[in-house]
Design a protein around this ligand. Sequence first.
Ligand code: 3PY
Ligand code: ZN
Length: 632
Amino acid sequence: PFMQNVISHPIFLSGNAKTTFIDTSPELFIFPKTRDRGNKTMKYIGNITVNGFPGIEKGEKKFLEAARVPSKLILPNEPYVSAKNILDSQGADAVVEWVKNQNQVLLTDTTFRDAHQSLLATRVRTQDFVNIAEETQKGIPQLFSEEMWGGATFDVAYRFLNEDPWERLRKLRRRMPNTLFQMLFRGSNAVGYQNYPDNVIVEFIQQAATNGIDVFRIFDSLNWIPQMEKSIQAVRDTGKIAEAAICYTGDINDPKRAKYTVDYYKEMALELERQGAHIIALKDMAGLLMPQAAYRLISELKATVDVPIHLHTHDTSGNGIFTYASAVKAGVDIVDVAMSAISGATSQPSMSSLYYALVNGDRTPDIEIKNVQQLNHYWEDVRGFYTDFENGISAPQTEVYQHEMPGGQYSNLQQQAKAVGLGEKWEEVKQMYSTVNQMFGDVVKVTPSSKVVGDMALFMIQNGLSEADVYEKGASIDFPDSVIGFFRGDLGQPVGGFPEKLQKIILKDKKAITVRPGSLAKSVDFAAVKKELAEKMGEEPTHEDVLSYIMYPQVFLEYCKMHDQYGDVTLLDTPTFFHGMRHGESVEVRIEKGKTLIIKLIEVGEPDSEGNRILYFELNGQGREVVIKDIS
Ligand code: 3PY
Ligand code: ZN
């Protein structure tokens, strides 16, 4: 029925309304939000049109078509029983057995997480996943999993995209009920860059599981197992799949590098299996695992542990497919790949390339390649929406074997360098990154330890410091906070311990710890934080809000402010979200089923003496004005 509110009710309009009328008709005080939503959306568009999107150079909005969604997917004759169906009906151990019984190599698609984290600064928006989610499940039901959460996606969603990452998870979960959802979990660092108290880790895992995560890839940025134990157990307690990761660094086949040997990796795998890992991931976050090393290491790991092995690499060197083909020969169970259009270089190797590398063999992935190719057309188009965030690497770079920078960090550090005016010195930054790694004792470099190495490299170049300078003048130098924290043991203990001389120089009179930082941290009182947050938000936060606020207090509050001001901007198409509108352009915003806002920008007025411009819009055919302060 048509809902009306009090001011349009006939009794009210007749002037006969008494106070009892108001008491007995509370539903009349529900004011529809539509007008508000329209205004907020126009405000957002107006602001971007006038002032541009932070971090993007202002320019003409390109003419981009909506991305092509496949129309001719080939469907299996019978419904496919997926890994997700097995998890839901028989539990995690049954999935493990199912994986072990496969002859084919299984695939995880990283398009929704690591691929765009590594190529497009993690900027792909929920809407661009939502629009292809159902087709992805329909077209490739055989995927072992879709990696779609965690890593940097969590804070980037709030920080740069004005999105709630939990909502992304729920939206995709509804559209892909038969696909395992995988996330990258930084052990004691959860989805942040620092250690959190144990009860935060456990609570976060439970909420992630409740909202739809099935496979948790747990790693520690220094390969320090004490930092992973709680997470492995917490995932097991939810009934989901605990995939514990070994981060790969160095080169097992280089006789000059004695730190990270085959035996080192084998021992770590055995310990993770003992800790209860359902699957062991070999996480080659920088793409350092060369083909012959892959054959050797996977063979050794397969002979050492009983659980399946899941290999992750980045294609930075251009050797990714060769590495995977060698690993497949050695018996790897699952590998990570991405849609071609968003694969290669610092991202994962291409799913369809790998398919043809293995076609007509005994371990060929059981996928419908024509479907994969059709889905790829969509990603060819979507990549065009994000050209502002490209990292500029379009060809293989074998230098990664020297600098060892993770694929997911490359574009981030590049941005960080630009922000401090070192954009021109990128080659030097890469060189220094490698020097710092050796100064630190050759550490595992992955978020957040990789960030510490990057921070130190930038710091040294900015201040014109050489390695020798650090040792000679270090006593009078204030090092970056992240570096001090690292040497204090805040991220845990590196393999082989800290280099003592440098530790003294950096810590000065501060004391280092050798125990797990989580064992010293006080548990978080969730009820108290909830109360504090409620006051700041002016409304009751959800449990997910509370967790986000604990991880990223400032970022989360900023997001709330933006959300109040602009409403749900996730519904805008991506070119409009980043570039606003052209004069005369119309966009459609589907705000709910059967309700669409049609917004047309008529004209942008000249600024008044205070810089305010009036923007003339039409909202569903009605003229509207929005005032925007020009700060561009
Ligand atoms: C992350 O932690 O975000 C990573 O991608 C590590 O490889
Ligand atoms: Zn990765």
